[in-house]
Design a protein around this ligand. Structure first.
Ligand code: ZN
Length: 668
C-alpha cells in the first residue's frame, strides 16, 4: 500500500486545518482496504471562535452519514473540545446521554451527529487523529495467535483488547493515556477492531497509518496466502428467484438479491469448509449492522421436485439459528430484529447480497468480497477466528448503530421489488417505469426504440433495447433481469402500436393491409403473450407478484376503423383473464387497465390528434376531454393507477378490468 500523499496538493492547502483534515481523510477513504462505506473516522483539533467571537478549542470529528472517501468540510461536526474531553472522566454514560450531550456541545446545531468515537478522538492529545478498520491488521487479530502476532509485529504500538466502541472504548483509551505517554507509540492497535494513528501533523498521522498497515500486509505476504482460488459458476436462475422469495418471506417485504458469481466469489463458495468459514463472524463487529453475524449457507443442489415449495429450508434454518442467537444473548429488554439473512453463500455458485435497495446490496457485496478474502487469508495464517458472538450481538443491538440504519427513512410501497415494463421509451410505459422506480422498485424498461436507454437512465431505472416480437431477445432480457436483481415481481405489458383510418373492407383492398393487421397483432398481442410466458416461472417465485396489462377502452367499446387495434386489445384482455385463472394459486395477480384518450403518448402525434378531432367535428381541446367527467387523462395518471394496482391496495384483486377513461357511456 503506497502513500498517496501529494506534497504539492498539501502545500496548496496551507494552514487551513479543516481543509487539511478533508484532504487526508479522503486519502484514507480512497483505499477500500483501509475503510469501507462510512467505516473509519478522523478528526482535527483547532482553535476557532464561537458565536460571540470568543476563542474556543474545537474538535472537528467525522459526522455520521458521511463517507471518508467523499467527505467535505460540512461533514465534520464541530464540538467544544473541553466539554467533550470531560465526558471521558465520567464513571458511566448511557448511550442516550452521550448522543444528547455530544449534540449539545456542537457549535452548530445543524451539523451532523458526531461519530460514536468522538470522545476517544477528543482525549487523544494530538491535533490529527486517523482511525481505520483496515483488513490487514484486523485479519491478524482475528487469529488464535492474534495476540502474539500483533505484539511481535507492533512493538512500537499501544495494543488494547477489544471492548465495545463508544464510551467504553473512549474510557479504555483515556485510562491507557493516563498510564503511557502516547508520544512513544506510532499508533494504537485495537484487537478485532482497527488502528488509530495520531500526530500534530496530518502527513505524519496518515503515513504512520500506511506504515502500520504495510507491516501487517508484509507479514501476511510472508506467512500467509493471499491468492485465493477462483472458478466459474453455472447459475440456476429459477433457484435464485426461489431463494430470493424465501428471503422476502422471512423479512416480510421485498428484497433485492444481488448475486456475485465472480471467479473469486465462486471460488470462496466452492471451499469444502465454506459453511464453517462463513458462519464464524464478521471481520470487524461493525459489519454486523449491515450483514448480520453470519451468512446463510445455501446448498448448491436444485431440489429434484421443481414444484414451488413455500420455504427454502436453508433460509428457514438461518432464521431459526438467528432466533436462538437472540435468545442466548438478549438481556431480556431487547426486541428481536428481523431474522432474515443479509447475505448468503450459495455453494459452488457465489455469494448473494440481500437488501431493500441497490445501495444496500452493493455495500453488502463489497463487505462480502473483503470478508471472503480476509477469511481465506486468515485461515492460511493459522485459522480464522472472529470475536465471541456476545460481543458481536452487543454491537448489533447497540442503539447507536441501529439509529444509523433507521435514518434511511420509511419503506416505499414498491421498495425492493423488481419490475419489467414493456414499451417504456415513451408515453404510458415510460411514465409507469418512472413511477414504479419512484415508489422504490428496480425497473427494467424494454422498447425497440433506442431512446429507451437514455430516457430511463438512473440508478435502478434501466432502459434496454429489445424487439418484443423476438422470442430469444425477450428470454435474454428476462434472464438478465433475474441475474442482476434476483427475480421479477411486477410485469407491465404496455407495448403497443396503433394504426387507424381503415375499415375492414378498405383494408382488404389495400396493399399493406395484412402487414398492418399482422404487425398490430404481433406487437400488441403475441409479444405480450411471449413476455408473459417467459416471466411466469419467475413471477411464481416473486414477491406479491402482479401483472398489469395495458388494454384500451377499445376492448370494451370498439370504434369503427380500428379493427386490428381493437382486436389485439380484446385479445390481450382475454389473455389476462386466462392468466388470472392460471396464476391465482401461485399468488400472482393479473389485472387490466383500460385507458382512453391519453394523448401524451408516442401513439398520438399532433397531426393524428387534429385528424381525429376533425372527424368528430371538434376542437382538439374538446376532443381531448370528450369523456363523462370532462377530464384530461395523462400518461402519468395511468402510471399512478398501474403502480397502485401493482401494490397492496389491490392485494385481493385479480382478473379485474379497470377503466381510466374519464367515464364512457358505452363502457358503463
Ligand atoms: Zn472503529
Amino acid at each position: 500500500m503506497n502513500s498517496l500523499w501529494d506534497p504539492a496538493q498539501a502545500a496548496a492547502i496551507n494552514d487551513d486545518a479543516l481543509a487539511m483534515r478533508v484532504y487526508s481523510s479522503r486519502l484514507l477513504g480512497q483505499n477500500e482496504d483501509l475503510v469501507m462505506h462510512g467505516g473509519g473516522n478522523t478528526s482535527v483539533k483547532a482553535l476557532g471562535r464561537d458565536f460571540f467571537g470568543d476563542e474556543v478549542d474545537i474538535l472537528y470529528v467525522k459526522g455520521s452519514g458521511w463517507d471518508l472517501k467523499t467527505i467535505e468540510k460540512p461533514g465534520f461536526s464541530p464540538l467544544r473540545l473541553r466539554e467533550t474531553q470531560r465526558l471521558a472522566k465520567l464513571k458511566t454514560l448511557s448511550d442516550d446521554d452521550m448522543a444528547r450531550q455530544l449534540r449539545a456541545f456542537l457549535l452548530d446545531p445543524r451539523a451532523p451527529s458526531p461519530s460514536v468515537e468522538a470522545i476517544l478522538h477528543a482525549v487523544v492529545p494530538f491535533k490529527f487523529v486517523d482511525h481505520t478498520h483496515t483488513d490487514a491488521v484486523v485479519t491478524l487479530t482475528n487469529n488464535p495467535n492474534g495476540q502474539s502476532i500483533i505484539a511481535e509485529l507492533f512493538p512500537d504500538c499501544l495494543i488494547l483488547p477489544y471492548v465495545m466502541p463508544g464510551f467504553i472504548l473512549a474510557k479504555q483509551v483515556a485510562d491507557a493515556i493516563a498510564k503511557h505517554d502516547l508520544i512513544q507509540f506510532k499508533g494504537i492497535i485495537l484487537m478485532h477492531h482497527g488502528v488509530f494513528t495520531y500526530a500534530n501533523d496530518a502527513q505524519a498521522t496518515y503515513e504512520n497509518m500506511i506504515e502500520l498497515v504495510n507491516r501487517a500486509d508484509q507479514y501476511i505476504a510472508t506467512h500467509g496466502v493471499t491468492n485465493h482460488p477462483t472458478r466459474s459458476a453455472e447459475v440456476d436462475l429459477l433457484r435464485l428467484a426461489h431463494i430470493r422469495q424465501a428471503v422476502c418471506r422471512c423479512r416480510g417485504r421485498a428484497q433485492i438479491a444481488m448475486l456475485d458469481a465472480s471467479g473469486a466469489a465462486a471460488g470462496f463458495a466452492s471451499l469444502t469448509n465454506v459453511a464453517s468459514l462463513a458462519t464464524r463472524g464478521p471481520i470487524t463487529p461493525d459489519h454486523v449492522i449491515r450483514a448480520k453475524r453470519t451468512a446463510c449457507i445455501i446448498d448448491s443442489k436444485t431440489p429434484e421436485n421443481r414444484a414451488i415449495d413455500t420455504t427454502v429450508p436453508e433460509v428457514a434454518r438461518f432464521a431459526n439459528d438467528y432466533r436462538s442467537y437472540f435468545q442466548r444473548n438478549t438481556n431480556g429488554n431487547l426486541t428481536m430484529l428481523d431474522s432474515a439473512p443479509r447475505w448468503a453463500v450459495w455453494k459452488n455458485v457465489g455469494t448473494i447480497a440481500l437488501g431493500s435497495t441497490l445501495k444496500d446490496c452493493r455495500i453488502i457485496t463489497d463487505l462480502n468480497r473483503h470478508t471472503a478474502a480476509a477469511i481465506q487469508t486468515g485461515e492460511s495464517l493459522g485459522g480464522w477466528e472472529a470475536l465471541p458472538e456476545k460481543d458481536i450481538f452487543d454491537l448489533e443491538y447497540w442503539v447507536l448503530e441501529q439509529n444509523k440504519l433507521a435514518a434511511s427513512g420509511p419503506v416505499k410501497t414498491h421498495q425492493g421489488k423488481i419490475a419489467i415494463v414493456t414499451g417504456a421509451a415513451s408515453g404510458i410505459g415510460r411514465a409507469t417505469a418512472i413511477e414504479l422506480h419512484a415508489q422504490g422498485a428496480v425497473v427494467v424498461g424494454l422498447d425497440t426504440n433506442a431512446a429507451v436507454e437514455s430516457v430511463l437512465a438512473a440508478d435502478g431505472l434501466i432502459g434496454r433495447i429489445c424487439d418484443l416480437t423476438d422470442a430469444d431477445a425477450v428470454k435474454e432480457q428476462t434472464e438478465n433481469t433475474v441475474t442482476q436483481f434476483g427475480g421479477i415481481d411486477i410485469l407491465v405489458l404496455n407495448a403497443g402500436v396503433f394504426q387507424t383510418g381503415q375499415t375492414i373492407e378498405e383494408a382488404s383492398t389495400t396493399k399493406d393491409d395484412s402487414a398492418i393487421w399482422a404487425q398490430t397483432l404481433a406487437v400488441n398481442l403475441t409479444a405480450s403473450q411471449k413476455v408473459l410466458s417467459h416471466a411466469i416461472p419467475y413471477l411464481k417465485r416473486g414477491w406479491e407478484a402482479s401483472v398489469i396489462i395495458v388494454g384500451s377502452r377499445n376492448a370494451l367499446a370498439p370504434g369503427a376503423g380500428a379493427s386490428a387495434y381493437s382486436v389485439s386489445k380484446a385479445g390481450v384482455t382475454q389473455l389476462a383473464r386466462v392468466a388470472a385463472l392460471e396464476l391465482a394459486a401461485d399468488g400472482v395477480r393479473v389485472n387490466v387497465v383500460h385507458p382512453d384518450a391519453v394523448f401524451d403518448t408516442g401513439i398520438w402525434t399532433d397531426e393524428a390528434l387534429r385528424a381525429s378531432a376533425e372527424r368528430y367535428n371538434m376542437t382538439v381541446e374538446d376532443y381531448k376531454t370528450k369523456n363523462l367527467l370532462g377530464c384530461n387523462i395523462r400518461a402519468k395518471d395511468v402510471a399512478a393507477m398501474i403502480a397502485t394496482v401493482a401494490g397492496p391496495v389491490f392485494s385481493a384483486t385479480t382478473g379485474a378490468q379497470i377503466p381510466i377513461d374519464g367515464g364512457n357511456e358505452r363502457v358503463i
